[in-house]
Design a protein. Structure first.
Length: 198
């Protein structure tokens, strides 16, 4: 009888030991995965999520025709108004009345009472935000200053910078880190055209 108790106890002990080892291996694998996920990678993922739900590509990416209509051209993703394309003609009298705002077919150029504004290149190329510091980006997003320089003109419509003034510092940083991780796209976006020049 005593032998049976010893065998049962040994079986229970071996089962518990095997389960403990399984759990330890699972924990080790989780730890190994976490070690490969750097804080920078986490910021990039968070930034990509924010840029996506904020609709930044709606205005800052040239478009191409997809099965369900225009979609961002991923080869020129977030590179702003395509400077290789002509602006195109539009009825300037309609815009001058202040009752209409006109967007180009790419949704990257905008005519209104302020003149014509062009979506900026947000890629890390030198023609985009490649030389920008986080402080510049933060100033542009929170204070609406062109190129993130205090003495510059305000950002023009339809850029909704006012919506981002209360964004957390962590989210602002994540967006900046994500934008800096993108493929640089050389594209010099034209300067704003004041109302008298359109």
């Amino acid at each position: 009888m005593r032998t049976i108790y010893i065998v049962i106890a040994a079986a229970i002990w071996l089962t518990c030991a095997a389960n403990t080892q399984k759990q330890a291996r699972k924990g080790l694998k989780t730890t190994e995965v976490l070690r490969h996920e750097s804080p920078q990678a986490d910021l990039v993922k968070r930034g990509e999520y924010l840029v996506t739900i904020m609709g930044c590509a709606d205005c800052h990416s040239p478009k191409k025709l997809g099965p369900q209509g225009p979609v961002p051209d991923m080869e020129r993703f977030l590179s702003g108004f395509d400077s290789a394309q002509p602006l195109g003609a539009y009825d300037k009298n309609v815009v001058k009345t202040g009752q209409w705002v006109i967007f180009n077919a790419q949704n990257t150029a905008f005519a209104g009472p302020w003149g014509v504004s062009f979506a900026a290149n947000l890629t890390p190329d030198d023609t985009g935000i490649g030389t920008w510091t986080f402080e510049q980006f933060n100033l542009a997003m929170r204070k609406g200053k062109f190129k993130g320089i205090q003495a510059n003109r305000p950002l023009l419509p339809p850029m909704p910078w006012q919506n981002y003034t209360k964004m957390s510092s962590a989210d602002m940083k994540a967006i900046f880190v994500y934008l800096k991780s993108l493929k640089p796209v050389p594209n010099v976006v034209p300067a704003h055209l004041p109302p008298g020049q359109i």
